[in-house]
Design a binder for this molecule. Structure first.
Ligand code: NDP
Ligand code: 8X3
Length: 248
């Protein structure tokens, strides 16, 4: 299989690339930081192709796809993993620019690349799209505001893809992980405050990028008649809180 992975310069995306290559597949690894991708491509050898791409730019997506060598163009699996959370400030304080960046990356970027690759999958009668959502798309929490909303979009977009793709042979799945350590997610969210990022995982045994990669690999390699619509994952140490009630 040829697997196109967005956000492969770090975290889940890099681990997914390693996992698919370990099982004999080819990966197109895309992100903005080309040097990181080139390091990973060197590690993975000829089975990996590094492609610089900013999913917030339609032109960048179009350029990246136009430059794919002929032998890499039949993409079997698209993993829409590129994404980010910015900030944990409440809605009335968070900079609007942070919201705009999350929407541009997690929603607009995801649909733009999906729209670009989907017609060829439908024409071939096979293909798998795996979107990376979040538990934040199902459960609200303070400071989750637009991040959670973008991941709810990912969930509903995936289900609506399913509605359109019935009978085409093309599959669509949403993986919604909870607390997952060992990636740059919180470093990005806290804008380089690595101490604050580390605190998120203190005293926990979070999910790992390998857990997510194994799940993506499992979904992509199920028999072609099986579609996982959505799968929600949490570490055993994570659960739910009650409703927050302000009392006088
Ligand atoms: P990382 O920050 O480690 O990885 C995010 C990846 O997205 C990087 O490779 C980054 O590459 C890429 N990316 C960000 N913006 C863009 C852009 N504009 N264009 C192209 N690539 C971009 O985080 P994770 O691996 O943890 O997160 C991966 C996905 O999983 C995200 O969608 C996140 O929301 C989701 N998630 C994470 C959880 C967690 O707890 N870690 C839990 C649930 C969901 P570069 O900067 O080089 O462009
Ligand atoms: C990342 C998980 O709980 O930080 O999507 O929103 S959480």
């Amino acid at each position: 299989m040829i697997v196109f992975i967005t956000g492969a310069s770090s975290g889940f995306g890099a681990e997914m690339a390693r996992t698919f290559v370990k099982h004999g597949h080819q990966v197109i690894i895309a992100a903005r930081r080309l040097a990181r991708l080139q390091d990973l491509a060197r590690e993975l050898g000829e089975a990996a192709l590094a492609v610089q791409m900013d999913v917030t730019s339609k032109a960048s997506i179009e350029d990246a796809l136009a430059q794919l060598p002929q032998s890499w163009r039949q993409i079997d699996v698209l993993i829409n993993n590129a994404g980010l959370a910015l900030n944990t400030a409440p809605a009335h304080e968070v900079p609007l620019a942070d919201w705009e960046t999350m929407i541009a990356t997690n929603c607009t970027g995801l649909v733009t690349i999906t729209r670009a690759l989907l017609p060829a999958m439908v024409a071939r009668g096979s293909g798998t799209i795996i979107n990376i959502g979040s538990v934040a798309g199902h459960y609200p929490y303070p400071g989750g505001n637009v991040y959670g909303a973008t991941k709810a979009f990912v969930e509903q977009f995936t289900l609506n893809l399913r509605a359109d793709l019935v009978g085409t042979g093309v599959r669509a799945s949403n993986i919604a992980p909870g607390l997952c350590g060992g990636t740059e997610f919180s470093n990005v969210r806290f804008k380089g405050d690595d101490a604050a990022a580390a605190k998120v995982y203190e005293g926990t045994q979070p999910l790992t990028a390998q857990d997510i990669a194994d799940t993506a690999y499992w979904i992509a390699t199920l028999p072609p008649h099986v579609n996982i619509n959505h799968i929600e994952m949490m570490p055993v140490c994570q659960g739910f809180s009650g409703f927050n009630i302000k009392r006088n």
